[in-house]
Design a protein around this ligand. Structure first.
Ligand SMILES: Nc1ncnc2c1ncn2[C@@H]1O[C@H](COP(=O)(O)OP(=O)(O)O)[C@@H](O)[C@H]1O
Ligand SMILES: [Mg+2]
Length: 257
């Protein structure tokens, strides 16, 4: 039997009286693109924050490659091979695209080897160039990050996350706010990435992930209500009810949230 890449058991996080993540059980078998969808406030970002150590869980466990990472600090989890992007875009707008990624790669290699010799800086450059090529940003290497299109900023953020050479990449709504053509391009790149490492993509818009994801997990009010292929998920009555909302009942959904 294969060990799942990520195994989450009974994960719970409360904020005062609000249960943002409610006894979540989640298994990521590995391979392919996994999407987590759900309406605003469903607990998706909190779920990522718990996995990446940005928030402390009230209870539960997160096993990554056989190791319980609950209670570990974000930098320790990053070192174990989990990288993430944030929902709010954050790059150094006054630096070039190349330098943004260079700083991230350099930080990582310094960390691994604080006595790095000057000669091995060529490895860093090669690594930066490989990442930019992968993300389709090579042509923009010298451009200031602040001059990039919205879609390319998202790709730059993913590039920065890739600097740690993760085994698992958590992407929090990278395509939110993009034009249809930017969305198409970015989704293609994310799909390409998912052939080489495990990717969990949080996305608000079910239609966007429908054609791209291999497996979809649906969250609502802190809980996982459904997981399966895009077809299975779209046909699941509980998803249609809780996530899509029954036509004409939007107000009711608001009230019960
Ligand atoms: N730091 C926080 N303090 C208090 N409440 C929070 C905090 N972070 C998230 N929440 C609440 O937890 C719930 C889930 O939020 P979130 O995980 O951001 O949902 P999603 O990413 O699915 O939109 C929401 O009701 C949100 O208001
Ligand atoms: Mg969110």
């Amino acid at each position: 039997m294969n060990t799942p890449v990520l195994q989450v058991e009974g994960l719970t996080k409360t904020f005062g009286g609000l249960t943002a993540v409610d006894n979540v059980h989640f298994t990521l078998p590995g391979g392919g693109l996994h999407a987590v969808i759900g309406p605003n406030g469903a607990g998706k970002t909190t779920f990522f924050n718990l996995i990446s150590g940005f928030l402390r869980a009230n209870s539960g466990s997160v096993i990554f490659n056989g190791e319980n990472i609950i209670g570990r600090k974000p930098h320790e989890i990053s070192r174990l091979g989990i990288a993430r992007t944030l929902q709010i875009k954050s790059v150094f707008t006054g630096l070039s695209v190349y330098d943004n990624v260079w700083i991230a790669v350099m930080g990582q290699s310094r960390f691994l080897n604080p006595f790095k010799s000057a000669g091995s800086y060529t490895d860093v450059a090669a690594n930066v160039e490989a990442i930019l090529k992968d993300m389709g940003l090579s042509d923009f290497a010298k451009e200031l990050a602040g001059n990039l299109s919205y879609g390319d900023v998202a790709l730059l953020e993913i590039s920065i996350a890739l600097a740690t050479q993760p085994k698992l990449l958590l992407l929090d709504e990278p395509i939110s706010g993009m034009s249809p053509s930017e969305t198409k391009h970015t989704v293609e790149i994310i799909r390409g990435l998912s052939t080489r490492l495990d990717v969990i993509l949080i996305e608000h818009d079910m239609e966007v992930v429908f054609g791209a994801a291999d497996v979809i997990t649906v969250m609502n009010q802190g809980a996982i209500i459904c997981q399966g292929s895009p077809e299975a998920v779209s046909n699941d009555p509980s998803v249609q009810e809780a996530y899509l909302g029954t036509p004409g009942e939007e107000d009711e959904e608001e009230l019960s949230a």
